[in-house]
Design a protein around this ligand. Structure first.
Ligand SMILES: [Zn+2]
Length: 425
């Protein structure tokens, strides 16, 4: 359907990691400054096709793996022709001119791609600057929109979260491999650095992804386009210029599983990334709503995505509430919130507190009985409170929502009927 991109947008910060919608996803700085050096992973040959009973649906002959929309293969698409040139200097001498360089070449299955994100890691403090080309730096992090990154440094550094050692005076391949799987509802691609043992994550995400799609479709009574789920390490996700957790409204869902230290802190790849997938897929269903929510539904959309993923059992409660991304406690009310996920989650958190957040309620939200035009991010507007009151009352089959709206602490009419009248319904 539409090609809009629903960004689940914690800002890209020096602590870039996975996470979009949950209270616990604020990020972990996982620069592997203490990681042992890994061998440079060159010479990767083609897609991973580890066939076996657990890998039904793997198709090694399907051609190049589908990339996230912000990346392309340079042998079939045009990529930036000028390299991105980055100078790496000691923090104490930030204007240095290093005497040696390497050219970092990002590749997937041995094919050069159009961009990449990576940390530059050293034992001492670093100062990075962009000399030329399509790149941005933030602290020790490089986001490059070019298939070649000239990294100039007299310091001993490694690149990426996989401690790849530069080849000074030559090319440093930053290689990733893909593993593609197909099914009736979900085609998935899992990307990984070959030095990192991801175990059965690719197959598990493919299987659980189909379950989440089925569960969320059943609850909402809606069907979306065939889903293309892409599971990305930080290096490929961050090349989006953001977190890389996106729903495109056309079946394409991208998710960022972070990096090894972050994954270890989160307890594995599945708990790191799977709630993100369940959240992003819910956006795909929201995109199918008839009538669609007019006005500004973005905060409602974020709340719906976590609430549906939570109700369907695919997102832990702690990532739903009550502590928001900015540290606020939803139990204190919704009036003071100013982050889109927090505002949206707070509405639904109070339905949960009232014991009314269940499959039937979510089905009702996905089948609105009116064309709503409110600004869901302006929770202190009377029109918003009245709209939430009407929407939620009808989703709850007429249950009294007055105490729920009161707990939210947002303005609303004195009754459901008065709210409908005020909205012209
Ligand atoms: Zn979202």
């Amino acid at each position: 359907m539409s090609t809009k991109r629903i960004a689940c947008s914690l800002f890209l910060t020096a602590t870039l990691a996975a996470g979009c919608s949950g209270g616990s996803s604020a990020g972990v700085d996982a620069s592997p400054t203490d990681a042992p050096a890994a061998p440079d992973a060159t010479g990767v040959d083609g897609p991973v096709a580890d066939a076996g009973p657990a890998d039904a649906g793997v198709d090694p002959d399907a051609g190049p793996a589908r990339l996230p929309p912000w990346l392309s293969y340079c042998d079939t698409s045009s990529c930036a022709t000028d390299p991105a040139v980055i100078y790496v200097c000691p923090a104490a001498a930030p204007t240095c001119t290093p005497s040696r360089h390497t050219t970092v070449i990002p590749r997937v299955d041995g094919r050069t791609i159009s961009g990449v994100f990576f940390p530059v890691v050293a034992a001492e403090g670093l100062s990075l600057r962009v000399e030329s080309g399509g790149a941005a730096v933030l602290a020790h992090l490089v986001t490059a929109y070019a298939p070649a990154i000239e990294l100039h440094s007299d310091l001993d550094v490694t690149v990426s979260y996989y401690a790849v050692a530069p080849v000074w005076g030559g090319d440093t391949h930053l290689d990733f491999t893909s593993s593609s799987r197909t099914s009736a509802t979900l085609d998935s691609v899992f990307f990984a650095h070959p030095s990192y043992d991801t175990g059965t994550a690719a197959a598990d995400l493919h299987a659980q992804g189909q379950t989440a799609i089925a569960d969320e479709r059943t609850i909402t009574g809606l069907t979306s386009e065939h889903v293309h789920g892409l599971f990305l390490p930080s290096e490929l996700a961050g090349a989006s210029g953001g977190e890389g957790n996106f729903s495109y409204g056309d079946g394409t869902v991208t998710t960022n599983y972070g990096n090894p230290d972050y994954i270890a802190a989160m307890g594995g790849i599945i708990p790191t990334v799977f709630p993100r997938f369940a959240h992003e897929f819910a956006h795909e269903l929201f995109d199918e709503l008839t009538p669609p929510f007019a006005g500004n539904p973005s905060c409602l959309n974020e709340g719906v995505a976590d609430a549906l993923a939570f109700v369907s059992g695919h997102l832990p409660e702690a990532e739903f509430g009550p502590i928001g991304l900015r540290g606020a406690n939803f139990d204190d009310g919704c009036a003071a919130l100013d982050e889109i996920h927090d505002i949206g989650n707070c509405y639904f958190w109070h339905v949960r507190n009232a014991g009314l957040l269940d499959d039937s309620f979510m089905n009702g939200v996905f089948h609105p009985q009116h064309t709503f035009t409110f600004d869901s991010c302006n929770q202190n507007a009377l029109e918003t409170g009245n709209s939430i009151l009407v929407l939620f009352t009808e989703a709850a089959s007429g249950a009294d929502m007055m105490s729920v709206l009161d707990a939210m602490g947002i303005p609303h009419a004195a009754s459901y009927e008065d709210a409908k009248t005020a909205l012209g319904f």
